[in-house]
Design a protein around this ligand. Sequence first.
Ligand code: SF4
Ligand code: SF4
Ligand code: FES
Length: 254
Amino acid sequence: MGESKQVLIEKQKKKSKDEKTKAGEVEVFIMGKSYKVPAGLTIMKALEYAGYRFIRGCGCRAGFCGACSTVYRIEDEQKLGFDLACQKVVEDKMYLVQLPFVPASKTEYDIEKILPSDTILLEMYPEIARCVSCNTCTKSCPQDIETMKYIQMAIRGDIARCAELSFDCIQCGLCAMRCPADIKHYHLAQLARRLRGKYIDPKSKNLAKRLKEIDNRKYNDEIEKLIKITKKEIMELYKNRKIEADETESLGGD
Ligand code: SF4
Ligand code: SF4
Ligand code: FES
């Protein structure tokens, strides 16, 4: 029996997609308009290649600031994709939408006046009790954080664990965008980390050391020097900077 018409169409599409990628270009749609861009570019670079200039929605360009949340869909697929524009590489027939920011509400508090009780996270963000454990937040997270798990820790009142699990959160808001319970994961997680830093484990070794150094004006000369040098010299310094051997040390402290 021959292949169905649908299968043949799919095969043809795949062939033309592969040929284009091989030829070094893919077609993306920005605001619905078609652009041919080189294959292998990140979404951010593809947008710039197409002539767009970022005024906002772009910060570190390195997957750390969370400013470049993007929603996309590949033609003929039903699934919506969520990722960071500075990290995700373009695919052929990708329809792109940049999110300028996620307008999630944030509870106001004075960190000096609240205490790390078992129920404080629930009091500040009562909607976490509505979590239906669908795990959509975890699946949306470009940082591969166990987002649902840190929400579960918050419900249990385990502030320290909630803070630790959410440590790599870059506040992009993609989890909150998709949560059926309207939970503001990243705002809650930030509160957990603040409570942890202030009350639960205030002796973080690196932080205490750095604060003391600042008090002793250790970096003043260096800052003065940086203010005076050129952009090129700053870039050179950055390229040759010393990178901490154990970047997680400041999380655990001791
Ligand atoms: S998306 Fe919302 S409801 Fe679903 S697991 Fe995450 S926090 Fe819970
Ligand atoms: S936990 Fe949410 S806000 Fe934080 S990085 Fe993951 S998706 Fe973004
Ligand atoms: S620009 Fe900072 S995470 Fe993409």
